[in-house]
Design a protein around this ligand. Structure first.
Ligand SMILES: [Zn+2]
Length: 315
């Protein structure tokens, strides 16, 4: 059962000190008891706070070791405040807003924090879409669509997958792709959609071999009816995403950073019906302690799709 503050006043009541923050993170990170982050041993000694020592390998660590908060010199209370602020901005937070609300001296620090948090918005090992999923690609960052299967200058191609929830949109996944070739599309689909899923696409040839990749592929044929919305869920997702990038971020998203914005959009979209802002705070914090540390320099170049895992027969 998730326990989290519901209001800003509760937030401050729950976390009056950094020790209170650490105690909370310990429960989030190790619900079954503290474990050594290095060797995984469960026999761990409590040393002078905030330190623990592994009885197995002798490693001294704290609850933030190996998480997004690992190298921070700022109080944890400030981080929790940042997460509260970011998850409470309905349409997205800006670095300037983070700097202002937290009273950070440097815009650069605020920008780094925000991008670290965006990275935490994608749950490590998150599950893939299933059931009925609409898939299409969209060019972001330019006024005109480019030619399919070719790169379009100044634009980024993104695979958009939207799971059906009745007539509505369930969860979505977004993945940046190099081009609309079959190889790129199939690889991205495999990252975000469970095998065996019913996938609807248009008649683009890049999707021709999805059946051979273990999916139940349906081509939605264009009909004579002009303007018919063939893939309504995915089309709506794309227009909301474009509006969000233009509105919240004034379109000022550099292609190198686009992945982080896609992560934030996905996080917010998939939780858009969550009535409790406290639950978003809880989820983001939970994901932040499950993450490997992010160094500032790693943020600059953006993030690409993980490489394919070696093929195994285990499914
Ligand atoms: Zn150990």
């Amino acid at each position: 059962m998730a326990e989290y503050p519901q209001t800003a006043i509760e937030l401050h009541d729950w976390f009056p000190t950094d020790q209170a923050c650490r105690d909370y993170l310990v429960r989030l990170r190790w619900p079954e008891g503290v474990r050594c982050p290095d060797c995984g041993a469960a026999e761990v000694w409590s040393m002078t706070p905030p330190f623990y020592r592994c009885a197995g390998c002798g490693y001294d660590f704290t609850v933030t070791a190996g998480t997004l908060f690992a190298d921070t010199h700022k109080p944890l209370r400030l981080w929790l405040e940042a997460i509260w602020y970011v998850t409470n901005q309905k349409s997205g937070a800006s670095a300037l807003g983070v700097q202002r609300v937290l009273g950070l001296g440097s815009y650069r620090t605020a920008w780094n924090w925000l991008h670290k948090l965006r990275r935490a918005m994608v749950r490590p090992g998150r599950d893939r879409l299933s059931g009925l999923v609409e898939v299409d690609e969209a060019f972001l960052g330019g006024p005109r669509p480019g030619k399919r299967g070719r790169g379009a200058a100044g634009k980024t191609l993104v695979l958009v997958a939207a799971q059906a929830d009745g007539r509505k949109i369930g969860r979505i996944r977004l993945a940046r792709i190099a081009d609309a070739s079959a190889a790129s599309l199939e690889y991205a689909v495999q990252q975000v959609v469970e095998p065996g899923t019913r996938i609807q696409t248009d008649d683009w040839s890049g999707y021709n071999h999805l059946n051979a990749r273990g999916y139940v592929h349906e081509v939605i044929q264009p009909t004579a009816e002009l303007g018919e919305n063939l893939l309504p869920r995915v089309n709506l997702t794309v227009s909301l995403l474009k509006r969000w990038l233009l509105g919240t971020h004034q379109g000022a998203v550099r292609p190198a950073h686009l992945d982080y914005y896609l992560d934030e959009f996905t996080f917010r979209f998939n939780r858009r019906t969550s009535r409790s802002r406290g639950l978003l705070f809880y989820r983001l914090l939970q994901q932040a302690v499950a993450l490997q540390p992010v160094r500032g320099k790693d943020l600059v170049g953006g993030r690409s799709l993980p490489r394919p895992e070696p093929t195994t027969n285990s499914g």
